[in-house]
Design a binder for this molecule. Structure first.
Ligand code: HPA
Length: 272
């Protein structure tokens, strides 16, 4: 079946359950999934019920859409995302973002757990992503262009909306939530990086490293969505500290950042 037909079937299914058009879609990263419990009067749709939707296989990713009210707006929360390292193609990994756009939503907040590359960062810090480096060598746009959604050679100059980011930064200052600004480098994983890879990431201008987000941001840019991204630094990159990195620790630190995360996400939702 053609990918566009699949996107349309998935969105038609969601519409058959709720007619709500979200002001913003929020993709929750590792350890940040509990945030979905803030959604009021939620309509919950497990990914497994939605035609053609992949099912997330990672611990800490629930795998459902939560649609409802938040901070005075209508939000669609993707509680759980799909990663390349799980074995999905990038077309599958970004399917949810296509569906969100098909539902008529043009604002996107991507969130993730990330390793700190910038030595001034510390675990628990929140970073407003300004730009990314795609070190994976792969693109979700490879193959036939979906001309209905966007152009063959999309511009990446504003992949994270500068206008949106400036407003987010101002709002964070107002509510006294420390928000760093940085560049996210995408590594395909699932292995964490070597110390040499982290040193390289620093040299080429990265501040945080992770295994998600960039494919979704590229697809969103293809569809001219207004995207912003918050990374939660859950650990320092390999070699920065003399401490092992593990998935459980990442979930733990993400939970500790929850209060500031919730405050800033509410501000972002209000702006959508
Ligand atoms: N590297 C890659 N991805 C990550 C990390 C990391 O150190 N921490 C959380 N996600």
């Amino acid at each position: 079946m053609d990918i566009i037909a699949k996107i349309k079937e998935a969105s038609a299914y969601i519409r058959s359950i709720t007619r709500a058009v979200p002001n913003i879609a929020i993709v929750l990263g590792t350890g940040l999934g509990d945030f979905a419990s803030n959604v009021e009067n939620p309509v919950i749709i497990p990914y497994g019920e939605i035609p053609h939707f992949p099912v997330s296989t990672v611990e800490g990713h629930a795998g459902r859409l939560v649609i409802g009210g938040l901070c005075g707006k209508t939000v669609l929360v993707m509680q759980g995302r799909f990663h390349y390292y799980e074995g999905y193609s990038l077309e599958q990994a970004t399917f949810g973002v296509r569906v969100v756009r098909e539902l008529g939503c043009s604002n996107l907040l991507l969130t993730n757990a990330a390793g700190g590359v910038n030595v001034e960062y510390k675990p628990g810090d929140l970073v407003l992503v300004q730009d990314h480096i795609n070190l994976s060598g792969i693109s979700p746009l490879r193959g036939r262009n979906l001309a209905e959604y966007g152009t063959r050679f999309p511009d990446m100059a504003d992949v994270y909306s500068r206008e949106f980011n400036e407003r987010v930064a101002a709002a964070a200052a107002e509510i006294e939530v420390q928000l760093r600004r940085g560049v996210y480098v995408f590594m395909p994983g699932p292995q964490f990086e070597t110390a040499a890879e982290i040193r390289m990431a620093r040299v080429i201008g990265a501040d945080v490293v992770g295994m998600s987000t960039v494919p979704e941001a590229i697809v969103a840019a293809h569809m001219r969505m207004r995207t912003t991204c918050i990374s939660c630094v859950t650990n320092m990159g390999t070699g920065v500290l003399d401490a092992p990195i593990d998935h459980a620790g990442i979930n733990e630190v993400a939970k500790q950042a929850e209060s500031n995360f919730t405050k800033i996400v509410c501000k972002i939702v209000e702006m959508s």
